[in-house]
Design a protein around this ligand. Structure first.
Ligand code: KMH
Ligand code: ZN
Length: 270
């Protein structure tokens, strides 16, 4: 099966001091996404920053970034509703009103690095329902086994439509550690027919992304997940990370999904 590659150029935490190649402003993000698209990505997972590079759910900045990307390439846009830990849920959820093709849905509250990531059950249900009404496909971010169960409850309640699309997130402090065993446990427990990718944060990024591809999953690449190409070598931008994921897929004899194949697989046109 073809592999869907997502580029995640920015993320909520890192700054240009951590990696000067991190795109933070709309033009920079649009340029990075275009490079990612040309390297093989079919989906762009977006976090936005304000003029001081702080995480923001500002609808004007989000709209402008989406428009700049659409002028440059036909990549499928997935807005992060995780946004950043300091941003209230009510601001985060409003992003789906812009009707991106996809948006993330984080099913549970958790410790997240040195902070708290608040996703109260009633607010998650409200957001899932609104996404369903607007036709915005949720990408379900699961950081622990119980998060998968929470998503399956949302499916039972009619708040999610199949195929379910999961990101198995490994390596966030507060969630599952980035080990092959944890990845296997999650893959074994996914429901039949689910679409899934690995989000491997930090040092184990290449290893776990490649294991995910070998197991038939999709892959995400970019500075949100890994600031380095290898130990001691900062990635000069997002493109080399996307190219690396594409090379890993090809080495495993998997071709990379184009936009139409990706939309069909995720049921985006249904
Ligand atoms: N930063 C990742 C660990 C989201 O954007 O909604 C999780 C993430 C969540 O990508
Ligand atoms: Zn994200």
């Amino acid at each position: 099966m073809t592999a869907i590659i997502t580029v995640a150029p920015t993320g909520p935490i890192a700054t240009k001091a951590d990696n000067p190649g991190l795109p933070t402003q709309p033009e920079e993000i649009a340029a990075a996404v275009k490079d990612g698209y040309e390297a093989g990505a079919a989906i762009a997972h977006l976090h936005l920053r304000d003029e001081h590079d702080r995480p923001t759910a500002d609808l004007g900045i989000a709209r402008r970034t989406m428009d700049l990307i659409a002028e440059r390439c036909p990549i499928l846009i997935q807005l992060s509703t995780g946004v950043g830990r300091s941003v209230p849920f009510e601001e985060r959820e409003a992003l789906v009103e812009l009707r991106p093709r996809m948006a993330t849905l984080n099913p549970c509250s958790m410790s997240f690095a040195d902070g708290e990531f608040r996703n109260p059950p009633h607010a998650v249900r409200r957001l899932a329902l609104r996404m369903r009404e607007l036709g915005v496909k949720p990408e379900l971010e699961i950081y622990d086994t119980g998060h998968l169960d929470a998503c399956l409850r949302l499916l039972d309640e009619g708040l999610l439509a199949e195929p379910l699309q999961f990101s198995i997130v490994l390596g966030v402090r507060g969630g599952m550690a980035a080990t092959p065993q944890n990845l296997m446990t999650m893959v074994d427990r996914l429901p039949e027919g689910a679409v899934w990718q690995v989000i491997a944060i930090g040092r184990a990024n290449l290893q776990l992304t490649t294991i995910g591809l070998a197991l038939g999953g999709n892959a995400r690449a970019g500075l949100e997940d890994s600031l380095y190409l290898r130990k001691g070598e900062l990635a000069p931008g997002n493109e080399p990370l996307v190219r690396r994921a594409v090379r890993a897929a090809h080495a495993l004899d998997r071709s990379v999904a184009d936009i139409d194949q990706t939309a069909a697989r995720l049921g985006l046109n249904a």
